[in-house]
Design a protein around this ligand. Structure first.
Ligand code: MIC
Ligand code: SF4
Length: 645
């Protein structure tokens, strides 16, 4: 039997485990790592704590793209720390202004056939180039930088067959929105989405990357495209053809699941508030008057996306009630837009052009008006993420965004008649002068990292106790995102390296009194529903609860990266054996677990006692942990564990 693309890449990097055993742990060798600044400060503090003198990967890059609104000294201090760590430990440093990590990595560093992990959930964007790329917590990235293995449970592999070709005005964003509409934000959990079929040949690398980028919203472990002639053409245009190699699925490859998407039958789609899978056809969405349109983010900020927007805006003016922001994804895109004159078409139409960073996508400015409606070409529309709690965010393609900015309401771009023709150059302008190489190895040992006053120690935990007697300090529902657990945005993000301060905002979107209550109770257990912890890779969503004394999180199911981050922090993830027990458990109820160490060491379940008096009852939890994860939990987290082995 032949192999698919994902299987070939796994086989070439397998360090431990058996890739035929779906669901069981496999270890992978990691060739490249990336970090961004909002997670990077913590990742380099963790790397420093591991006392490894230099990174041991083929390539590691530290990007600055998230925390670029410098309203106080904090972000600038963190950037300086990351730059000093990159210089000392052997990483390339991508300076602020150089672009969003995923876009720049695609342009300048991605190599078909290599593995990549990044402390950002959209790292699978590089799957558009035929890489096997995963989002991970900062600590997992730190371990990989040190040459350590990256562990995942062997995913199922889904073959997504693309047939036909996209009609005019329909684009890659509509493809992934269609997949989200069908499969939901839980549809990719435990799976790799591998794109195949004749339709693949009609999609450019940036279009493929839009699709793999939003595989994160499916909850997928990663997404991947083959590396073919289109990939070669992209790398040639970047002056990197020598990095190309062909990676195609064998014709007789077998998959665990099969999905077919006919590109020719797709139409412009929109994900309605507040979930990326709440998808409708734009033409059926009704009369939605809009206040804001934002174009950009790691999903849709390539040169072709920007040229499409410029082409639609050319000679037109945005509606009086709409604020339009345009954020090119990288300095290469920005500079080429400017050189070809398309930037003037965007500016003349009335757009506010922002520096090439994450910007509004992570709430770094441009929060919409109260109860505002914002159309965004981004990947997440979770409640409150824009910075305005009562705003409604719709996720759309660049074509739909530009057409709507002109009309002032959500508009099917097909109503504009003929699509403007876009011509992409055969060669991109390459200017790497914002990429700073590390210090030579012989100088590195004498260098010091530079820490500003905002950088505080990260919380540590001790070995797992044998019993827990506490309360359920917070009960939340299904699909809780890391934006609920540890919100981002311009006011909070500067404190990503200051866990005590950050803790004041934990679960602020759901329950502002949670941090105080948790502290007063000396910690406790959080109870959640299905898909707990979906979204971002931020390990702060585990480190902050750890700081607040949280011992365990009990849920009906967990999102992959967050579950790994809980284990790494030494917090026990417990899965309700009977979901009805979860529904019954109330906030404030007492929970007692005895014999914890023995259960974690060797049992698949453990029984807790919930409630008191007449309502006291047994609750059975499943311990969905690998042997390695059990040892990490017993040791009190990954840092303690790596220190002990
Ligand atoms: C996001 O899109 O939510 C982020 C900000 O890029 C996060 C990382 C972070 O929280 O710093 C992600 O997706 O992992
Ligand atoms: Fe940045 Fe937004 Fe992409 Fe996250 S999703 S990396 S915040 S652009």
């Amino acid at each position: 039997m032949g192999l698919g693309v994902a299987q070939k890449l796994i086989a070439a990097h397998l360090v431990s485990g058996d890739m035929k055993k779906t669901g069981e742990e496999i270890g992978l060798k990691i060739d490249q790592t990336l970090t961004q600044d909002a997670t990077g400060t913590m990742a380099y503090l963790e790397f420093e704590a591991m006392k490894i003198p230099r990174v041991r990967t083929e390539l590691s890059v530290a990007y600055i793209d998230h925390n670029t609104l410098q309203t106080g000294f904090e972000n600038a201090d963190d950037h300086r720390f990351i730059q000093s760590a990159a210089r000392k430990y052997g990483l390339i440093f991508s300076r602020p202004g150089n672009g969003i990590c995923h876009q720049v990595h695609l342009e300048r560093f991605g190599i078909p056939g290599k593995t990549l992990i990044g402390s950002d959930s959209h790292t699978p964007t590089a799957g558009g180039l035929g890489m096997l790329a995963f989002g991970a917590g900062g600590l997992d990235v730190a371990v990989a930088m040190g040459g350590g293995t990256y562990y995942i449970n062997m995913p199922k592999i889904v073959r997504i067959e693309l047939t036909g070709s996209l009609p005019e005005w329909v684009s890659a964003k509509d493809v992934i929105l269609e997949v989200l509409r069908r499969l939901s934000v839980k549809g990719g959990v435990g799976k790799i989405m591998e794109y195949c079929g004749e339709g693949v040949r009609t999609l450019s690398v940036p279009e493929r990357a839009t699709i793999t980028n939003m595989g994160a919203e499916l909850g997928a472990t990663t997404s991947v495209f083959p590396s073919d002639d289109i990939t070669r053409k992209f790398l040639r245009a970047q002056g990197r053809e020598s990095a190309w190699r062909e990676i195609l699925a064998d014709p007789d490859a077998e998959y665990d699941e099969y999905v077919t998407v006919d590109l020719s039958s797709l139409e412009p789609l929109a994900a309605c508030p507040h979930s990326p899978d709440n998808v409708v056809a734009v033409k059926d969405a009704g009369n939605i008057v809009i206040d804001q349109v934002c174009v950009g983010s790691c999903t849709n900020s390539s040169l072709s996306d920007m040229l499409k927007v410029a082409g639609i805006l050319k000679g037109r003016k945005i509606a009086d009630g709409v604020s339009l922001t345009v954020t090119p994804g990288s300095r290469q895109v920005y500079s080429m837009l400017s050189r070809c004159g398309a930037l003037s078409d965007i500016i003349d139409a009335g757009a506010r052009v922002l520096e090439c960073t994450c910007g509004p996508c992570i709430g770094m400015g441009q929060s919409p008006v109260s109860s505002g409606i914002s159309l965004r070409t981004f990947n997440r529309n979770f409640k409150g993420r824009s910075g305005t709690t009562d705003a409604g965010v719709y996720l759309v393609s660049p074509e739909t965004a530009a057409a709507s900015a002109i009309s002032g309401k959500l508009t099917d771009p097909r109503t504009l008649g003929k699509m403007p023709e876009i011509r992409l150059p055969d060669r991109f302008d390459v200017n790497d002068n914002l990429l700073i190489p590390p210090a030579p190895a012989d100088e590195a040992a004498s260098l010091e990292t530079v820490k500003g006053p905002n950088i505080k120690e990260f919380p540590s935990s001790g070995p797992l106790p044998d019993s827990i007697d506490c309360t359920c300090v917070l009960k939340v529902g299904d699909n809780i995102t890391t934006d609920h657990i540890m919100p981002a945005g311009a006011k909070i993000l500067p404190y990503r390296s200051n866990i005590p301060y950050l803790s004041k905002f934990c679960f602020a979107v759901c329950d502002e009194s949670f941090p105080e209550r948790a502290k007063a109770a000396g910690g406790g257990i959080i109870v959640g529903g299905e898909n707990y912890g979906q979204g971002s890779s931020r390990e702060h969503a585990a480190l902050v609860p750890l700081y607040l004394g949280i011992k365990a999180v009990a849920a009906k199911s967990f999102a992959r990266i967050h579950a790994a981050n809980l284990v790494n922090a030494g917090i026990l993830p417990l899965v309700f054996d009977d979901p009805a027990d979860c529904d019954r458990l109330a906030q404030g109820e007492r929970i007692v677990i005895d014999g914890l160490r023995e259960a974690v060491a060797g049992s698949d379940t453990l029984t807790a006692h919930a409630g008191e008096g007449a309502s006291r009852r047994d609750v059975v939890f499943r311990l969905a942990l690998t042997g390695r994860q059990r040892e990490i939990i017993l040791a009190g987290g990954l840092l303690n564990y790596t220190g002990s082995v």
